[in-house]
Write a protein that binds this ligand. Structure first.
Ligand code: ASP
Length: 315
């Protein structure tokens, strides 16, 4: 059977006014690079989990995306990253919350899954565990970007002014994620984020919470979410799609659309990428845009940002 990979690089009110042609092509190029990294794994017969991790790593390394290098700042001006991985065959999962150090937080999540007895590790304890693992660490400066620092200053100023102006989602949040169905029909999902600009120190979003921002089960779907994490947690967004498929018999697209549509009126601005074992892909979002893309066996990378059709990689 064929394989498929879908990714997102965050969703929200991505304003065309603040988007330059250079930035826009930078995002398309970043998405393409991530799709190709995942595709290389799947084309070599690799598992869905490895493909999603490869795609997420490419976006973590790219400062345009809010994950790894280029992560957003807490209200205290620090970086606290969250990530999760899950594979759908045995529902094994691993996650980290509130860490800063591993170059690729998604690999930290994988280490928790593969080398600890636990599913989620956070803060200082997570760092102590990760220091025993064979993963690459970076100094805080590696992750720091001027753009995210400015976004924090803008957000803090907005709050000082009584939050009268609208927050700019394009600089405030974001997340990267990938879902895949490999040639064996196994599903997987990986998600990684810096969270939300100006979040309270210690705040943990939906991304590392299995069933909220990340979920995979071969019997239904693999899902990676992006958006206002608190709402995705309260509505158990990723698992809800799986539940609708299993209990209501809905198809992937109908279930994913329903969950994303229902999140909008309660303030759950965002979207997700999802895939099922038949290779169906859903990429719904309830806001202005979502950096997103997909790639199948033919190796053609398809990407989009706004509500336009996906466009084929012309690079
Ligand atoms: N869901 C992420 C969080 O709440 C942020 C985002 O995806 O925009 O941490």
């Amino acid at each position: 059977m064929g394989f498929i990979l879908a990714i997102h690089g965050g969703a929200g009110t991505i304003r065309r006014a603040t988007m330059t042609p250079e930035l826009e092509s930078g995002y398309h190029a970043g998405l393409c690079a991530a799709l190709k990294a995942g595709h290389a794994v799947l084309a070599a017969g690799g598992p869905a989990l490895d493909a999603t991790i490869a795609a997420v790593m490419a976006m973590e390394d790219n400062p345009l995306f809010n994950a790894g290098r280029g992560a957003v700042y807490t209200s205290a001006g620090k970086l606290e990253m969250d990530a999760a991985v899950m594979e759908g065959r045995e529902r094994r999962a691993g996650a980290v919350a509130g860490i800063c150090g591993p170059r690729n937080p998604v690999l930290a999540a994988r280490a928790v899954m593969e080398h600890s007895d636990h599913e989620l590790l956070g803060g200082a304890g997570a760092m102590a565990f990760l220091n025993t693992q064979d993963i690459v660490f970076e100094a805080p400066e590696y992750f720091a970007t001027e753009r995210r620092w400015k976004a924090l200053q803008t957000e803090l100023e907005r709050r000082r002014m009584g939050a009268m102006t609208e927050a700019d989602d394009s600089t405030r949040h974001g997340t990267v994620g990938a879902v895949a169905c490999d040639a064996q029909g196994n599903l997987a999902a990986s998600t990684s984020t810096g969270g939300m600009t100006g979040k309270l120190p210690g705040r943990v979003g939906d991304s590392p919470q299995i069933g909220s921002g990340t979920f995979a089960d071969n019997g239904s779907c693999a899902v990676s979410c992006t958006g206002v994490g608190e709402l995705f947690v309260r509505y158990c967004a990723a698992h809800e799609i799986s539940a609708r498929m299993r209990f209501l018999g809905e198809g992937l697209e109908a279930a994913a659309d329903k969950v994303v549509t229902d999140l909008a009126p309660v303030g759950g601005n965002g979207g997700l990428v999802a895939v099922d074992a038949a290779g169906t892909v859903a990429m719904p979002f309830n806001c202005a845009g979502m950096y997103r893309g997909r790639i199948g066996e033919d190796g053609v990378a398809w990407t989009a940002i706004y509500r336009e059709e996906l466009r084929a990689d012309r690079g």
